[in-house]
Design a protein around this ligand. Structure first.
Ligand code: SF4
Ligand code: SF4
Length: 153
């Protein structure tokens, strides 16, 4: 039928015009990334990491720099863990190689910068901060539940 394409197009335009608005007001509004999104920096869960180094070995582009030492309890622990985002291919091989599922992506897509050095990320420092916050949370909750004060006021 002559003009059918035009009518179909107009129908879509009218539906969109009166329908729910889908434009996101970025950067005030942000779209949450899906679970499978590969992007941002690597997050290391220090409670799960056994410092085996398999993630760095699996990386085809040497985008993970890690160092570890043996503790007094004969367990290895990380002393450094850097993710070089400027070299990363986002291939996910590091996550797949990790035997304890200690790695994940932080899914932060706002990491543009003017040089590669700005894409280097200290994963150990962030992991330690997160662990510290997690360990101190129950104490803070107990303090709040008991009125928020200390013995000295
Ligand atoms: S995603 Fe690929 S390139 Fe990036 S750190 Fe992991 S293994 Fe290396
Ligand atoms: S592969 Fe996993 S457990 Fe091993 S060092 Fe990397 S993050 Fe830690």
């Amino acid at each position: 039928m002559v003009g059918q394409g035009l009518l179909t197009g107009m129908g879509i335009t009218i539906r969109r015009f009166f329908g729910k608005k889908i434009t996101v007001q970025y950067p005030e509004e942000k779209i949450p990334m899906t679970e499978r999104f590969r992007g941002g920096a690597l997050d290391v869960n220090l409670e799960k990491c056994i410092s085996c180094g398999l993630c760095a070995l699996a990386c085809p582009n040497k985008a993970i720099q890690l160092a570890s030492e043996m503790g007094e309890d004969k367990k290895k622990r990380l002393t450094a863990y850097r993710h070089l985002g400027g070299q990363c291919l986002y291939c996910n091989m590091c996550l797949e190689a990790c035997p304890t599922k200690a790695l994940s992506w932080d899914r932060n897509y706002e990491r543009s910068c003017y040089c590669r050095a700005g894409l280097e990320f200290d994963c150990l420092a962030r992991g330690q901060e997160r662990l510290k916050a997690k360990l101190s949370a129950p104490v803070e909750e107990m303090v709040a539940a008991t009125g928020g004060g200390t013995a000295n006021g």
